[in-house]
Write a protein that binds this ligand. Structure first.
Ligand code: 5RP
Length: 292
């Protein structure tokens, strides 16, 4: 029962202190709901405004990918260095200790594999995202592909559910025949994904005019790493994408297939969060590799 007597009177109203103007630090999310902002601020570093996500969801369409044969051996030691992890619910439940407490970008659509035409997908129930404490739901969107309408509908339904429960939606530019890595295609795809409700967008870097892709997308963009490159080249891609306005990377093979994955993810973080150039990032990679 609440005490009715002896209560200390409220008298600390700070009448001479104006309420400070508040502004959210991520592009296009000023008017998003509290739960969305809270979860996004787990994924994106509040000081740099950027993120290094570690993607290891490849098996959901590719089976046992090189470097992901034993998640417990290759990925679990990397978890502490990632700002966020991106994986399927199967890998999350079977291999990722729930004590790591990293924000989870949950692979939220599934369907065909590389043995068939990709992107004929359905979405998972939002209850799963809540049960697994997901910080965002990642949906494949195949703009221009055979399953364009279906994947955009998946995105729309995910964003509806996400808005209901305060969970961000990550719209992923799907891999497939339609994916052309130029600014024309990527700006169309990312803009369509943002307009249809994604809280942030994952796409691929392109050499020419990537800054225009970023400028035309009203919400944050993170880039996928793509196929394995030599470490200096992968760091160069990360550096150029960040310089062109990307809000981070969601990198898989260029980290877990690296000769030294821990040194590599630390070097990527140096480029993404600490303003290192690609050359400085590569020096850091080599320094860390030597002392490991
Ligand atoms: C596929 C994905 C993967 O997570 C993505 O490709 C990241 O991995 P990588 O850096 O190896 O390309 O979303 O659509």
């Amino acid at each position: 029962m609440a005490d009715a007597e002896g209560l200390k009177a409220a008298d600390n109203y700070g009448l001479d202190i104006p309420v400070s103007a508040q502004s959210y630090y991520l592009k296009g999310l000023e008017y998003a709901d509290w739960g969305i902002k809270d979860r996004m601020s787990r994924i994106f570093n509040k000081k740099s405004g950027k993120t290094v996500m570690l993607a290891f969801d490849h098996g959901y369409i590719m089976g046992p990918t090189s470097g992901l044969e034993r998640i417990d051996l290759s990925i679990v030691p990397l978890l502490e260095y990632a700002d966020s992890i991106m994986c399927s619910r199967g890998i999350l439940r079977s291999c990722i200790p729930p004590t790591f407490n990293k924000p989870i970008s949950l692979r939220f659509s599934a369907g065909t594999t590389i043995l068939n035409e990709l992107n004929d997908e359905c979405i998972i129930d939002v209850d799963e995202a809540i049960r697994l404490n997901a910080s965002c739901m990642a949906i494949m969107v195949s703009v221009g592909g055979k399953y364009e309408a279906k994947t955009i509908q998946n995105l729309v339904r995910t964003a509806d559910a996400g808005n209901k429960y305060g969970i961000p939606t990550l719209g992923v530019t799907a891999v497939g025949k339609e994916l052309v890595r130029d600014a024309r295609y990527l700006s169309l795809a990312t803009r369509v994904i943002a307009e249809n409700g994604a809280t942030f967008v994952k796409t691929y870097y392109c050499e020419k005019d990537f800054e225009k892709v970023v400028a035309a997308c009203p919400v944050p963009i993170v880039i996928a790493g793509g196929k394995k490159l030599p470490e200096n080249e992968a760091l160069e891609v990360a550096y150029k994408a960040i310089s062109d306005g990307a809000s981070g990377v969601d990198m898989g093979r260029n980290v877990f297939q690296s000769e030294d994955p821990i040194a590599m993810i630390k070097a990527v973080k140096g480029v993404v969060h600490d303003g290192l150039s690609a050359v400085q990032g590569f020096e850091l990679y080599n320094d860390l590799k030597q002392i490991l």
